[in-house]
Design a protein around this ligand. Sequence first.
Ligand SMILES: Nc1ncnc2c1ncn2[C@@H]1O[C@H](COP(=O)(O)OP(=O)(O)O)[C@@H](O)[C@H]1O
Ligand SMILES: [Mg+2]
Length: 447
Amino acid sequence: MPHSLRITAAAPDPALLDLPWHIPLAEWPANVLAALPRGISRHVVRFVKLSGRVIAVKEIGETVAFKEYELLRDLNRLEIPCVEPVGVISGRTAPDGDILDTVLITKHLQYSLPYRALFSQYLRPDTATRLIDALAVLLVRLHLAGFYWGDVSLSNTLFRRDAGGFAAYLVDAETGDLHEKLTRGQREYDLEIARVNIIGELMDLEAGGVLDESVDTIEIGETIVQRYHELWTELTEAESFESADRWRVAARIERLNDLGFDVGELVIMTGADGTTVQIQPKVVDAGHHTRRLMRLTGLDVQENQARRLLNDLDTYRAQENLQDEDEEFVAHDWLTEVFEPTVRAVPRDLRGKLEPAEIYHEVLEHRWYISQHEHRDVPLPEAVRSYVENVLRHRPDEKAMLEFDTITLRAIDETSEFSAIEDEADEEGDEFDRADIDDRRPPDVFD
Ligand SMILES: Nc1ncnc2c1ncn2[C@@H]1O[C@H](COP(=O)(O)OP(=O)(O)O)[C@@H](O)[C@H]1O
Ligand SMILES: [Mg+2]
């Protein structure tokens, strides 16, 4: 009976009541759906338009729906990158009295892409490694927060572009559990699940002919284990040295900052004889560069994007001879005279293709590329024009990509796979020169 419908949400949008909850999700009419790329799932998942936004709706058992809702709320509170829960709708019944599954609603993560969509668009062999790097950071952050995932996989992760690399977000928390602190055994078990799932997922892509032949699936699966351990050690392990080598305290903090982490608490202990010192980070918070850029400019971007923008800000400061000026003032000048005009120079209809910070990053890369090519310093406004015409215009729209079900990827050769998506996204069907992307080597961004 429709009157038994129950909405559990922190701030329920009354427009939720207008959605056809009495119909099984798989049969919802196209006019309420948003056509966006979606990954593989066990349950029925649909993107739905609601009050000018997009929500993700997943049909799932009632107990699990509430459990996942609460976990996602906890993870959001802990500032872990994950999808944001909106609410749970239970008590659904069809007009014939059939009981329908409960749904969990999350906000659609803008500009996010399932890994299969990434492989089908950009077949650079290092895409897989970059995804794994991002997933390793996410897993370490989850484990530091005491979250055991239980089903770590590429399918349960969403990726957003981050200055040429990726930032990973947790999308499926169904199997997870939040603890006070994870044991080594729990962490290792989660990592093993990640390794096995990733290998399986990549083999699946291989079988579908979507994966570059040079990619060694087993090796990439091993990479997650290696990257995870490296990062975990750097973030948590104790380090001992002679007390005369105190510079090593600052060096450790700097290394953590370079990895994108701030040190909230560092324990320093001296040995009984006073000749040795031991340091151990106790609290680390991801987002070092993100926070710094936010403080200086108010821009809220991903970690690598922030690193890139801060580098550009430093370059601006040197070029304009502003070393003696207050950092805040220089940042404001850079924002209003460099960053914003560049983003505004992109025609409005093309701005949905990428996030502004990613567009800016790509413009810088593009400027580097054409400057190399033409043996001259190409000014930024000229680089933007060239980037818009030669690169951006030909990319699929990532804010609102046309319907593209990644499950239906077919084994076709690289170029036709690529242009098939291009044609879908761009009715003009402009030929896109893939060499443009592959040859466009970035300068060393992270130096
Ligand atoms: N909030 C969201 N934003 C963007 N994509 C989402 C969101 N929620 C789900 N998805 C997409 O739906 C897919 C399946 O969701 P998931 O929670 O993993 O379902 P299942 O429990 O059935 O595996 C994800 O891989 C992702 O592509
Ligand atoms: Mg899933």
